[in-house]
Design a protein around this ligand. Structure first.
Ligand code: CAA
Length: 263
Protein backbone atom coordinates (compact mmCIF):
# COMPACT_ATOMS: atom_id res chain seq x y z
CA UNK A 1 0.00 0.00 0.00
CA UNK A 2 1.31 3.42 -0.93
CA UNK A 3 -1.39 5.74 0.38
CA UNK A 4 -3.16 3.92 3.20
CA UNK A 5 -1.81 2.78 6.53
CA UNK A 6 -3.62 0.45 8.91
CA UNK A 7 -2.89 -0.07 12.58
CA UNK A 8 -4.63 -2.22 15.12
CA UNK A 9 -4.85 -1.12 18.76
CA UNK A 10 -6.70 -3.72 20.78
CA UNK A 11 -10.12 -4.13 19.20
CA UNK A 12 -9.80 -0.83 17.32
CA UNK A 13 -8.51 -0.48 13.75
CA UNK A 14 -7.12 2.85 12.56
CA UNK A 15 -7.19 3.55 8.81
CA UNK A 16 -5.14 6.58 7.72
CA UNK A 17 -5.27 8.15 4.27
CA UNK A 18 -1.75 9.33 3.61
CA UNK A 19 -1.14 11.23 0.38
CA UNK A 20 0.39 14.45 1.70
CA UNK A 21 1.41 15.90 -1.68
CA UNK A 22 -2.25 16.25 -2.63
CA UNK A 23 -3.70 16.91 0.85
CA UNK A 24 -4.90 13.27 0.89
CA UNK A 25 -7.07 13.73 -2.22
CA UNK A 26 -8.74 10.58 -3.49
CA UNK A 27 -7.45 9.30 -6.80
CA UNK A 28 -8.26 5.84 -8.18
CA UNK A 29 -5.31 4.26 -6.42
CA UNK A 30 -6.31 5.67 -3.03
CA UNK A 31 -9.85 4.39 -3.58
CA UNK A 32 -8.54 0.92 -4.55
CA UNK A 33 -6.29 0.83 -1.50
CA UNK A 34 -9.10 1.96 0.79
CA UNK A 35 -11.31 -0.82 -0.50
CA UNK A 36 -8.55 -3.40 -0.06
CA UNK A 37 -7.86 -2.13 3.46
CA UNK A 38 -11.48 -2.48 4.57
CA UNK A 39 -11.69 -5.90 2.87
CA UNK A 40 -8.67 -7.04 4.88
CA UNK A 41 -9.94 -5.95 8.31
CA UNK A 42 -10.33 -9.02 10.52
CA UNK A 43 -13.87 -8.78 11.88
CA UNK A 44 -13.11 -11.41 14.54
CA UNK A 45 -10.53 -9.19 16.21
CA UNK A 46 -11.79 -5.70 15.32
CA UNK A 47 -14.92 -4.09 16.77
CA UNK A 48 -14.67 -0.47 15.62
CA UNK A 49 -12.63 1.48 13.07
CA UNK A 50 -11.29 5.04 13.09
CA UNK A 51 -10.77 6.68 9.69
CA UNK A 52 -8.50 9.73 9.54
CA UNK A 53 -6.09 11.65 7.32
CA UNK A 54 -2.35 11.99 7.76
CA UNK A 55 -0.89 15.37 8.72
CA UNK A 56 -2.21 18.41 10.52
CA UNK A 57 -3.90 20.22 7.67
CA UNK A 58 -6.16 17.94 5.73
CA UNK A 59 -8.45 14.99 6.28
CA UNK A 60 -9.23 14.57 2.57
CA UNK A 61 -9.24 17.55 0.16
CA UNK A 62 -11.66 15.83 -2.21
CA UNK A 63 -11.55 13.61 -5.22
CA UNK A 64 -8.44 14.14 -7.33
CA UNK A 65 -9.16 17.09 -9.60
CA UNK A 66 -6.21 16.30 -11.89
CA UNK A 67 -7.49 12.80 -12.54
CA UNK A 68 -11.06 14.01 -13.09
CA UNK A 69 -10.13 16.89 -15.37
CA UNK A 70 -9.99 14.83 -18.58
CA UNK A 71 -12.77 12.33 -17.97
CA UNK A 72 -15.47 11.67 -20.56
CA UNK A 73 -19.14 11.36 -19.59
CA UNK A 74 -18.85 7.56 -19.30
CA UNK A 75 -15.57 7.76 -17.41
CA UNK A 76 -17.03 10.36 -15.06
CA UNK A 77 -19.94 8.09 -14.28
CA UNK A 78 -17.55 5.16 -13.72
CA UNK A 79 -15.34 7.26 -11.42
CA UNK A 80 -18.43 8.23 -9.41
CA UNK A 81 -19.39 4.58 -9.13
CA UNK A 82 -15.89 3.64 -8.02
CA UNK A 83 -16.00 6.11 -5.14
CA UNK A 84 -19.60 5.32 -4.31
CA UNK A 85 -18.88 1.58 -4.13
CA UNK A 86 -16.03 2.12 -1.65
CA UNK A 87 -18.05 4.59 0.45
CA UNK A 88 -21.03 2.26 0.49
CA UNK A 89 -18.70 -0.49 1.70
CA UNK A 90 -17.70 1.78 4.59
CA UNK A 91 -21.31 2.77 5.29
CA UNK A 92 -22.46 -0.85 5.39
CA UNK A 93 -19.29 -2.17 7.04
CA UNK A 94 -20.52 -4.55 9.75
CA UNK A 95 -18.80 -2.63 12.58
CA UNK A 96 -18.93 1.10 13.37
CA UNK A 97 -16.56 3.48 11.57
CA UNK A 98 -15.70 6.83 13.20
CA UNK A 99 -14.35 9.64 11.01
CA UNK A 100 -11.70 11.70 12.83
CA UNK A 101 -11.64 14.75 10.57
CA UNK A 102 -8.32 16.54 11.02
CA UNK A 103 -8.60 19.47 8.62
CA UNK A 104 -9.99 19.93 5.11
CA UNK A 105 -12.98 17.71 4.36
CA UNK A 106 -13.98 19.03 0.96
CA UNK A 107 -15.94 17.35 -1.81
CA UNK A 108 -15.05 13.67 -1.65
CA UNK A 109 -13.52 14.34 1.79
CA UNK A 110 -16.81 15.55 3.22
CA UNK A 111 -18.49 12.68 1.39
CA UNK A 112 -16.28 9.93 2.79
CA UNK A 113 -16.82 11.30 6.31
CA UNK A 114 -20.57 11.11 5.72
CA UNK A 115 -20.32 7.42 4.84
CA UNK A 116 -18.93 6.83 8.34
CA UNK A 117 -21.22 6.18 11.30
CA UNK A 118 -19.95 9.05 13.45
CA UNK A 119 -18.01 12.24 12.65
CA UNK A 120 -15.84 14.19 15.06
CA UNK A 121 -13.42 16.89 13.94
CA UNK A 122 -10.58 19.17 14.93
CA UNK A 123 -10.99 22.92 15.43
CA UNK A 124 -9.20 23.59 12.13
CA UNK A 125 -11.56 21.36 10.10
CA UNK A 126 -13.26 22.86 7.05
CA UNK A 127 -16.21 21.20 5.35
CA UNK A 128 -17.77 21.86 2.00
CA UNK A 129 -19.03 20.56 -1.31
CA UNK A 130 -17.16 22.83 -3.77
CA UNK A 131 -18.16 20.82 -6.84
CA UNK A 132 -20.62 23.29 -8.35
CA UNK A 133 -17.73 25.75 -8.57
CA UNK A 134 -15.75 23.13 -10.50
CA UNK A 135 -18.55 22.50 -12.98
CA UNK A 136 -19.74 19.19 -11.55
CA UNK A 137 -22.17 17.84 -8.97
CA UNK A 138 -20.89 16.09 -5.85
CA UNK A 139 -20.13 12.61 -7.13
CA UNK A 140 -19.40 10.36 -4.17
CA UNK A 141 -22.81 10.53 -2.49
CA UNK A 142 -22.79 14.17 -1.34
CA UNK A 143 -26.17 15.08 -2.81
CA UNK A 144 -27.75 12.16 -0.98
CA UNK A 145 -25.99 11.88 2.38
CA UNK A 146 -25.65 15.59 3.17
CA UNK A 147 -29.40 16.11 2.75
CA UNK A 148 -30.10 13.12 4.97
CA UNK A 149 -27.69 14.31 7.66
CA UNK A 150 -28.35 18.04 7.90
CA UNK A 151 -31.69 18.39 6.08
CA UNK A 152 -32.43 19.28 2.48
CA UNK A 153 -32.44 23.06 3.01
CA UNK A 154 -28.99 23.28 4.56
CA UNK A 155 -27.58 20.69 2.14
CA UNK A 156 -28.91 22.61 -0.84
CA UNK A 157 -27.45 25.85 0.49
CA UNK A 158 -24.01 24.27 0.96
CA UNK A 159 -24.04 22.48 -2.40
CA UNK A 160 -25.50 25.29 -4.54
CA UNK A 161 -23.31 28.01 -3.02
CA UNK A 162 -20.20 25.75 -2.82
CA UNK A 163 -19.38 27.70 0.33
CA UNK A 164 -17.13 26.01 2.88
CA UNK A 165 -18.02 25.94 6.56
CA UNK A 166 -15.78 25.76 9.60
CA UNK A 167 -15.87 23.26 12.45
CA UNK A 168 -18.16 25.31 14.70
CA UNK A 169 -20.78 25.62 11.98
CA UNK A 170 -20.46 21.93 11.09
CA UNK A 171 -21.16 21.21 14.76
CA UNK A 172 -24.10 23.62 14.86
CA UNK A 173 -25.84 21.99 11.88
CA UNK A 174 -25.20 18.46 13.14
CA UNK A 175 -22.65 17.44 10.53
CA UNK A 176 -20.19 16.52 13.31
CA UNK A 177 -20.89 15.30 16.83
CA UNK A 178 -18.00 17.07 18.56
CA UNK A 179 -15.04 19.39 17.94
CA UNK A 180 -11.61 18.93 19.60
CA UNK A 181 -8.25 20.68 19.60
CA UNK A 182 -6.26 18.95 16.84
CA UNK A 183 -3.95 17.06 19.21
CA UNK A 184 -6.92 15.68 21.13
CA UNK A 185 -8.88 14.48 18.09
CA UNK A 186 -7.31 11.09 17.41
CA UNK A 187 -7.12 10.12 21.10
CA UNK A 188 -10.80 11.07 21.43
CA UNK A 189 -11.72 9.00 18.37
CA UNK A 190 -9.79 6.01 19.66
CA UNK A 191 -11.37 6.38 23.09
CA UNK A 192 -14.84 6.46 21.56
CA UNK A 193 -13.99 3.42 19.43
CA UNK A 194 -12.69 1.56 22.49
CA UNK A 195 -15.91 2.45 24.31
CA UNK A 196 -17.90 0.93 21.47
CA UNK A 197 -15.61 -2.11 21.45
CA UNK A 198 -16.30 -2.67 25.15
CA UNK A 199 -19.97 -3.37 24.41
CA UNK A 200 -21.42 -6.59 23.05
CA UNK A 201 -20.12 -6.76 19.47
CA UNK A 202 -23.03 -8.66 17.98
CA UNK A 203 -25.46 -6.21 19.58
CA UNK A 204 -23.46 -3.24 18.25
CA UNK A 205 -23.46 -4.71 14.74
CA UNK A 206 -27.19 -5.30 14.96
CA UNK A 207 -27.70 -1.70 16.14
CA UNK A 208 -25.80 -0.41 13.09
CA UNK A 209 -27.77 -2.61 10.74
CA UNK A 210 -31.09 -1.69 12.35
CA UNK A 211 -30.38 2.05 12.08
CA UNK A 212 -28.99 1.91 8.53
CA UNK A 213 -31.57 -0.45 7.09
CA UNK A 214 -34.42 1.22 8.96
CA UNK A 215 -33.59 4.64 7.55
CA UNK A 216 -34.18 3.33 4.02
CA UNK A 217 -37.77 2.20 4.57
CA UNK A 218 -41.12 3.30 6.06
CA UNK A 219 -41.57 3.15 9.85
CA UNK A 220 -43.75 0.00 9.91
CA UNK A 221 -41.13 -1.91 7.92
CA UNK A 222 -38.33 -0.34 9.96
CA UNK A 223 -39.82 -1.49 13.24
CA UNK A 224 -39.94 -5.08 11.95
CA UNK A 225 -36.26 -4.81 11.00
CA UNK A 226 -35.51 -3.82 14.60
CA UNK A 227 -37.69 -6.60 16.03
CA UNK A 228 -35.79 -9.25 14.10
CA UNK A 229 -32.35 -7.92 15.02
CA UNK A 230 -33.47 -7.49 18.67
CA UNK A 231 -34.72 -11.09 18.66
CA UNK A 232 -31.46 -12.37 17.16
CA UNK A 233 -29.59 -11.01 20.17
CA UNK A 234 -31.38 -13.49 22.44
CA UNK A 235 -29.48 -16.32 20.77
CA UNK A 236 -26.14 -14.87 21.87
CA UNK A 237 -23.99 -15.64 24.88
CA UNK A 238 -23.52 -11.88 25.26
CA UNK A 239 -27.19 -11.35 26.06
CA UNK A 240 -27.15 -14.15 28.64
CA UNK A 241 -23.94 -12.94 30.23
CA UNK A 242 -24.84 -9.25 30.05
CA UNK A 243 -28.26 -9.63 31.62
CA UNK A 244 -27.06 -12.34 34.00
CA UNK A 245 -24.39 -10.01 35.32
CA UNK A 246 -26.91 -7.25 35.85
CA UNK A 247 -29.22 -9.52 37.79
CA UNK A 248 -26.40 -10.82 40.03
CA UNK A 249 -26.88 -9.56 43.57
CA UNK A 250 -23.12 -9.49 44.06
CA UNK A 251 -21.99 -5.96 43.14
CA UNK A 252 -18.55 -7.16 42.08
CA UNK A 253 -20.02 -9.61 39.62
CA UNK A 254 -22.54 -7.05 38.45
CA UNK A 255 -19.73 -4.81 37.28
CA UNK A 256 -17.59 -7.61 35.91
CA UNK A 257 -16.49 -7.23 32.31
CA UNK A 258 -18.42 -9.58 30.10
CA UNK A 259 -16.25 -11.77 27.84
CA UNK A 260 -18.21 -10.75 24.80
CA UNK A 261 -18.39 -12.98 21.76
CA UNK A 262 -17.72 -11.67 18.31
CA UNK A 263 -19.71 -14.14 16.21
N1 CAA B 1 -7.21 17.08 -6.09
C1 CAA B 1 -5.92 17.07 -6.50
N2 CAA B 1 -4.94 17.76 -5.89
C2 CAA B 1 -5.28 18.50 -4.84
C3 CAA B 1 -6.59 18.56 -4.35
C4 CAA B 1 -7.59 17.79 -5.02
N3 CAA B 1 -8.85 17.75 -4.61
N4 CAA B 1 -6.62 19.38 -3.28
C5 CAA B 1 -5.38 19.82 -3.10
N5 CAA B 1 -4.56 19.29 -4.03
C6 CAA B 1 -3.13 19.52 -4.21
C7 CAA B 1 -2.85 20.86 -4.83
O1 CAA B 1 -2.98 20.81 -6.23
C8 CAA B 1 -1.44 21.12 -4.38
O2 CAA B 1 -0.59 20.35 -5.18
P1 CAA B 1 0.80 21.04 -5.74
O3 CAA B 1 1.59 21.35 -4.49
O4 CAA B 1 1.39 19.96 -6.57
O5 CAA B 1 0.41 22.27 -6.47
C9 CAA B 1 -1.41 20.49 -3.00
O6 CAA B 1 -2.51 19.59 -2.93
C10 CAA B 1 -1.57 21.50 -1.89
O7 CAA B 1 -2.75 22.23 -2.16
P2 CAA B 1 -2.78 23.84 -2.18
O8 CAA B 1 -1.48 24.40 -2.60
O9 CAA B 1 -3.98 24.23 -2.98
O10 CAA B 1 -3.00 24.13 -0.62
P3 CAA B 1 -3.73 25.39 0.02
O11 CAA B 1 -3.45 25.31 1.48
O12 CAA B 1 -3.40 26.64 -0.70
O13 CAA B 1 -5.30 25.11 -0.22
C11 CAA B 1 -7.29 23.78 -0.28
C12 CAA B 1 -5.92 24.02 0.38
C13 CAA B 1 -8.22 24.95 0.04
C14 CAA B 1 -7.87 22.50 0.29
C15 CAA B 1 -7.10 23.69 -1.81
O14 CAA B 1 -6.08 22.74 -2.07
C16 CAA B 1 -8.33 23.26 -2.54
O15 CAA B 1 -9.24 24.04 -2.73
N6 CAA B 1 -8.37 21.98 -2.98
C17 CAA B 1 -9.45 21.48 -3.77
C18 CAA B 1 -10.66 21.22 -2.91
C19 CAA B 1 -11.81 20.77 -3.77
O16 CAA B 1 -12.30 21.46 -4.62
N7 CAA B 1 -12.26 19.53 -3.51
C20 CAA B 1 -13.37 18.95 -4.23
C21 CAA B 1 -12.88 18.15 -5.38
S1 CAA B 1 -14.19 17.66 -6.43
C22 CAA B 1 -14.81 16.26 -5.74
O17 CAA B 1 -14.45 15.84 -4.66
C23 CAA B 1 -15.83 15.56 -6.60
C24 CAA B 1 -16.59 14.49 -5.95
O18 CAA B 1 -17.53 14.70 -5.21
C25 CAA B 1 -16.29 13.09 -6.30
Amino acid sequence: MEFITYEQEGFVGVVTINRPKALNALNSQVLDELEATFDAIDLDTTRAVVLTGAGEKSFVAGADIGEMSTLTKAEGEAFGKKGNDVFRKIETFPIPVIAAINGFALGGGCEISMSCDIRICSENAVFGQPEAGLGITPGFGGTQRLARLVGAGMAKQMIYTARNIKADEAYRIGLVNAVYPLEELLPAAKKMAAGIAANAPIAVRNCKKAINDGLQVDMDTAIVIEEKLFGDCFETEDQKAGMGNFLEKDKEKKLKVVPFQNK
